[in-house]
Design a protein around this ligand. Structure first.
Ligand SMILES: Cc1cc2nc3c(=O)[nH]c(=O)nc-3n(C[C@H](O)[C@H](O)[C@H](O)COP(=O)(O)OP(=O)(O)OC[C@H]3O[C@@H](n4cnc5c(N)ncnc54)[C@H](O)[C@@H]3O)c2cc1C
Length: 306
């Protein structure tokens, strides 16, 4: 295995300086769960690894009604799964976290690392899209905020430039009467990569109709994707079985799945339709009926093929 120098910055500025100094020879790491796999296979061969584990302040989850939820770059998937705030207010994200790998990986893997790895099948990504996440990205020349919808540019590729670090995510406070769910479908449950994953987050207005709808699909296109046609079909409409079924059909139609070892393309499309329908029904029911108990979220979040 290739050797590398291991650097431990103690601030974001120090990390930025290290990345600038070593350029393409350096690789930033957070939990290193993706990094170690790619390094051991020789796919990544950095001369320098810059590890953010010792940068203080990046492991915080904060919430207030004005700013919504803030997730630092070192917050792990397990932190998210265990957060009472996330469970109560961002149920699709809680479902994405509980559907993610086994506890050992969840304890190391960061949510921001899941974004920056940009797998089309990343389990937190549909939920983050459906909860409308914004990303804070810093570099030696300043900071910028990018909607998560603009971060993914291809499989394994993001809009981050060389030397940039994603330091924080912000998820807006959900409107009153909101609900959501993520469901992962995979041959071997949470221990396997998703064959399809779908998140829906909805709000119901005083007239009983959908006032907002966000649907996001994973593993059915080169990047995780929103389904705007399906969302538009529901806004202003009552949450009837027929409306939800039609929106699910539109979402599946928008998918661009491939066939691989986990699924055929048409099977993926069919499952995307089923999961969109299930997540929308659950989201609409809990938007008016109150938050879902976390044990129910855990039970619903992973569906196996057999
Ligand atoms: C056994 C196993 C099972 C897995 N199961 C799942 C699963 O069920 N679902 C799933 O979605 N994923 C799964 N993964 C993939 C992996 O755990 C996730 O993608 C994880 O979220 C990556 O986070 P990390 O902190 O470990 O990233 P790292 O490995 O540290 O980094 C990943 C990439 O992101 C970049 N990066 C990390 N942080 C930043 C930052 N702040 N700014 C800029 N770039 C950054 C790194 O440079 C690197 O390119 C699994 C991995 C393993 C090894």
């Amino acid at each position: 295995m290739a050797r590398f120098d291991y650097l431990e910055p103690h601030s974001v500025d120090e990390a930025l300086g290290m990345l600038e100094k070593h350029g393409t020879a350096a690789r930033l790491v957070a939990g290193s769960t993706d990094f170690l796999v790619r390094w051991r296979t020789g796919f990544w061969r950095p001369e320098v690894v810059v590890c953010m584990q010792h940068v203080p302040g990046l492991d915080r989850i904060d919430f207030n009604d004005d700013d919504g939820l803030s997730i630092g770059a070192m917050v792990t998937v397990q932190d998210i799964e265990q957060s009472d705030t996330v469970r109560a207010r961002y149920p699709a994200l809680a479902a994405g976290a509980t559907a993610f790998a086994g506890v050992q990986v969840r304890n190391l893997a960061t949510v921001v690392g899941n974004i920056c790895n940009a797998s089309p099948a990343g389990d937190t990504l549909p939920a983050l899209l459906a909860h409308d996440a914004q990303c804070r990205i810093v570099s030696s020349s300043g900071e910028r905020w990018l909607p998560l919808t603009e971060v993914f540019v291809g499989p394994g590729q993001t809009a981050l430039a060389a030397g940039e670090i994603m330091t924080e995510l912000r998820l807006p406070t959900p409107a009153p009467n909101s609900g959501g769910l993520y469901i992962k479908h995979s041959p071997r449950g949470a221990m396997d990569i998703s064959a399809v994953g779908v998140a829906s987050v909805v709000s119901i207005g005083p007239d009983g109709a959908f006032s907002s709808v966000r649907i996001a699909l994973g593993a059915v296109a080169p990047t995780p994707m929103r389904a705007p046609g399906a969302e538009g079909r529901l806004v202003g409409q009552p949450p009837t079985d027929q409306n939800i079924a039609e929106a699910a059909r539109l979402a599946a139609q928008a998918a661009r799945p491939i066939a691989d070892v986990r699924s055929g393309a048409e099977y993926r499309r069919e499952i995307a339709q089923v999961l969109t329908e299930r997540t929308l029904r659950h989201a609409a029911a809990t938007a008016v009926g109150g938050a879902t108990d976390f044990e129910d979220i855990r039970r619903l979040a992973v569906q196996t093929a057999w």
